[in-house]
Design a protein. Structure first.
Length: 165
């Protein structure tokens, strides 16, 4: 078997095994938003599977999750027009994401911060039954699983299996 076919087959096997383990286990571990891990792994992979960036990608996701929590809490308690409040929140927090992440790109990854924020807001808007703090923690855990388990670990096993660094 040529090396390209081996790489494709080993990746297919790993994708067929590791993410489904999390998908099946996550509800038993108290995580109702397990699929977020697959989304989070996407940015890790799109970033070139660079483990040296895993921590700043993870930090970006966590910051986005906090941004989503802030938006959810403000929107739930605003005495002002909801549309205007949402616009102002998105504008101010979005501005801050860019400024902060551009000042410290070695610490935080802007695309994962923005994606984490969007994932968090969508999840918190769709799930009105789970307490918001519990949901925030579940989202964070799923994002970290996506970066480190579905992304980094899967990539490391794939590289070893194919005789690469």
């Amino acid at each position: 078997m040529d090396s390209k076919k081996k790489e494709v087959l080993t990746l297919a096997v790993l994708i067929a095994i590791l993410p489904p383990i999390w998908a099946v286990a996550s509800p038993y571990l108290g995580n109702t938003v397990g699929p977020i891990a697959l989304i989070a792994a996407g940015i890790y992979g799109t970033n070139g599977n660079k483990f040296e960036d895993a921590h700043k990608i993870a930090l970006g996701y966590l910051a986005g999750d906090i941004w989503a929590l802030i938006c959810t809490l403000v929107m739930a308690h605003t005495p002002f027009n909801a549309d205007l409040t949402l616009f102002c929140l998105l504008a101010v927090l979005g501005f801050l994401v860019v400024i902060i992440s551009m000042r410290i790109p070695h610490i935080i990854h802007m695309p994962s911060w923005l994606a984490g924020w969007a994932i968090g807001m969508l999840t918190m808007n769709l799930d009105k039954t789970t307490p918001v703090m519990s949901l925030t923690v579940q989202i964070a855990v799923a994002m970290l699983v996506g970066v480190y388990y579905v992304g980094a670990l899967l990539d490391k096993i794939h590289r070893i299996w194919n005789g690469k660094k």
